[in-house]
Design a protein around this ligand. Structure first.
Ligand code: NOJ
Ligand code: CA
Length: 705
């Protein structure tokens, strides 16, 4: 477009916005405009195929004891660049990933203060990423404290949003689907059954990754990439203008980020397409992270595991060893003098039973929680908890279990529940990892339940983001694969640190045994939580009626058994658990076969059907194998999935084993009604498969010789 026309048009549209630069994506579908308004404030906007994705939106910061960095800027330079490269992740949904974008670096100088800020934009065919950079050296700015980031995302319509409440400590909520204008009226309901932390938040605050659908047909996702040394971002909506503004997780004193020139913020990402499948196929988040920093990655391998876990979650057994004491102090208590409560899960012979089951069915590892001293703090709901990471309970024989597991070719997965006693954990971290190395543990599940010490600090603050990163890098030093629960949600960091093989950071399967998970949950997570990286969702629940494990429980697993199988494919992760009890799997060995067979690492992924909260169907080719797997996860309503096998190579026949919902299947009334059938298929095959309410299907495909 003629520059003059562009300028006058944009002035006409916004009255204020003078475009300094336009950047188009390689195919020209996505366009970004950036400039300054009449106050000298940076403004950007984004379109997709000419449709507005984000209207004119401001950028900037408020600083502590210093003039704000939000206006009075002049543009002192701009540099355009482009990139088209491919790279190979250590694990993931594809073995080769392409990164293709056009870049703009805009240099800004604040007239009154002389301070410098650079804005870097990368425009891909499926969205944009941008970040703030603070050039170094600059005499007017060295160290500074951000009290507010003012990045806006002006949504052009009253979009449908799929969201969880803004919170600085937890993401473990059910999702709500409603118009932006309805968020405030739905906020109370959105908290029901969720975790309760004293996180002050407005009634229009939501978390990222935020998924939206516009009336124009666009699917839009807002998140962040490469979150390092900076607080996690929530979004607060001004629902009179439909404009979101970034809201950073504060320190207890209200400061947001302690910064220095030479650093930059994480990338703010906007993924967009008119096809929901493209949101799932987008690799923007990974592409905005740095290449792998671990030289030898041979020790990082996908892990399929079972665990002494669901029996505690359901209340069948306990994490803690003894009921005898109400006040144990872990450094002072002689546990061997205490009596077991008889229901302790991590008891040696019980663990050996799990090892046998894992070995028999080809699992890599057995997670054992409640093996270590300190769980009495948790059992008695003490606010401040201290766990030992080296001292087992008297009935957990570390050496016997280690040697038994080794003899069967199985690893034990370590568990480090910190109880959010972060300073204590950092103090003993080396010791804890050395204990692991000495006893053949190569992976750890971490945890951050409860409020943080010292008082008023939040799970997603800059300090905590740094803590998780510290643990992750320290784990890499010890060749330990890491999976943290209750930590900050991922932002593609696993590209750089692929020993981060999982995270929870969302409402995981465990809530089926607590306050419940709504049908449709696993059809929205791929659009939200998984945008940043894999989730340790812990699927594989075959028994819906939790009172079978614990007569005091009335909990119910709100999915069909076939749907549980689908999750191994739709929720891609190099870390996958079969979460239910061995004795339950023994009742359903034919269906369990799928969990045994399914791959964890992929050459290719083809998204076949997708609609947020309704359904996700994906076919994936196992890495270094000719086998394919298909998963289809549904929502609350029954549907028919039309499956087109054209993803298969032409002219080749495959034996398909289909695990699907039976005629009467329904998550509430007949969740265990499933059918397993086999047939021969090729790239021309088309099938219509039923998906029950709360249902799904899974297919394994092996070439016919
Ligand atoms: C919450 C985690 O999500 C769960 O998996 C774990 O068992 C408990 N915390 C105890 O650490
Ligand atoms: Ca959790």
């Amino acid at each position: 477009m003629n520059r003059l026309l562009a300028i006058s048009l944009s002035i006409f549209l916004s009255h204020i916005f003078i475009i300094a630069a336009d950047v188009a994506s390689p195919s020209d579908r996505v366009r970004l405009s950036v400039g300054l308004d009449k106050e000298g404030a940076p403004v950007y906007s984004v379109t997709f195929d000419g449709k507005t994705v984000v209207n004119d939106s401001h950028m900037g910061f408020e600083l502590l004891d210093s003039p704000s960095l939000k206006s009075d800027f002049e543009i002192t330079g701009q540099r355009h660049d482009s990139c088209d490269e491919t790279w190979r992740p250590v694990w993931g949904e594809e073995s080769v990933i392409r990164s293709n974008y056009n870049e703009l670096l805009l240099n800004l100088r604040q007239r009154s203060t002389g301070r410098l800020v650079d804005l870097r934009f990368r425009v891909f065919d499926d969205g944009v990423g941008f970040r703030y950079e603070f050039p170094c050296p600059q005499p007017q700015l060295q160290s500074f404290v951000i009290t507010d980031e003012l990045t806006e995302f002006a949504i052009p319509c009253d979009a449908v949003a799929y969201w969880i409440p803004g919170d600085y400590d937890s993401q473990e909520f059910n999702y709500t689907r409603c118009r932006l204008s309805e968020i405030s009226s739905k906020m109370d309901e959105a908290h029901v059954g969720g975790p309760v932390y004293p996180s002050p938040f407005s009634d229009t605050g939501v978390q990222t990754a935020l998924m939206m659908k516009y009336d124009s047909g666009l699917y839009v996702n807002i998140h962040e990439a490469a979150l390092y040394d900076y607080p996690a971002m929530c979004l607060d909506l001004d629902d009179s203008t439909m404009t979101f503004r970034s809201t950073l997780t504060p320190y207890a004193n209200g400061d947001k980020a302690v910064m220095q020139t030479g650093r930059s913020t994480p990338w703010r990402t906007i993924i967009v397409s008119d096809d929901a499948r493209e949101i799932l196929a987008s690799r923007i988040t990974l592409n905005l992270n740095e290449p792998c920093r671990i030289e030898d990655t041979s020790w990082i391998r996908p892990v399929k595991y079972i665990g002494v876990w669901w029996e505690m979650i359901t209340g069948k057994s306990t994490w803690h060893y003894t009921d005898d004491v109400t006040s144990v102090a872990i450094d002072q208590t002689d546990y061997s003098a205490l009596k077991s409560n008889g229901r302790h899960g991590a008891e040696t012979s019980n663990v050996m039973r799990y090892i046998d089951f894992a070995a028999l069915h080809g699992f890599d590892a057995v997670l054992v929680e409640g093996w270590n001293e300190g769980w009495e703090d948790q059992a008695t709901s003490r606010k401040y908890k201290i766990f030992s990471f080296t001292r087992p309970y008297p009935d957990f024989d570390v050496k016997k279990i280690r040697d038994y597991a080794a003899s069967k070719g199985v690893r034990i997965m370590m568990h480090h529940e910190t109880g959010s006693a972060v300073a204590d954990y950092e103090r003993v971290l080396d010791e804890a990892f050395r204990f692991m190395a000495d006893n053949s543990y190569n992976s750890v599940k971490g945890g951050y339940i409860g409020e943080l010490l010292p008082r008023g600090e939040h799970h997603y603050s800059q300090a905590m983001v740094n803590h998780y990163q510290y643990v992750l890098e320290k784990a890499a030093d010890y060749h330990i694969m890491y999976n943290a629960h209750e930590a900050v949600r991922p932002t593609g960091v696993s590209r750089t640190w692929p020993n981060l093989i999982g995270n929870e950071s969302a409402r995981g399967s465990e809530y089926h045994a607590f306050s419940g998970i709504k049908p449709g949950h696993t059809a929205i997570l791929p659009f939200t939580r998984l945008v940043g990286g894999p989730m340790d969702y812990t699927p594989g629940l075959f028994e819906n009626n939790i009172s079978r494990y614990n007569p005091y429980s009335s909990a119910w697993v709100n999915t069909t058994l076939a749907s549980q199988l689908s999750l191994y494919v739709t929720m891609a992760s190099p870390l996958q658990m079969a979460a239910d009890l061995p004795e339950t799997y023994e009742r359903f060995m034919d269906a369990f076969q799928f969990i045994k067979d399914v791959a964890l690492d992929w050459d290719r992924s083809v998204y076949l059907e997708a609609e947020p909260m309704e359904y996700v169907t994906v076919a994936r080719k196992a890495k270094n194998s000719d086998n394919w797997f298909v998963g289809s996860t549904g929502g609350a309503e029954a549907r028919k999935s039309r499956l087109d096998f054209s993803f298969l190579p032409q002219g080749r026949k495959y034996r398909a084993t289909i695990y699907r919902d039976g005629k009467n299947a329904h998550y509430r009334t007949a969740p265990q009604d499933y059918i397993i059938e086999t047939r021969t298929v090729d790239s021309r095959t088309r099938l219509t498969l039923p998906v029950a309410a709360g249902g799904g299907y899974a297919i394994s495909l092996t070439p016919v010789k």
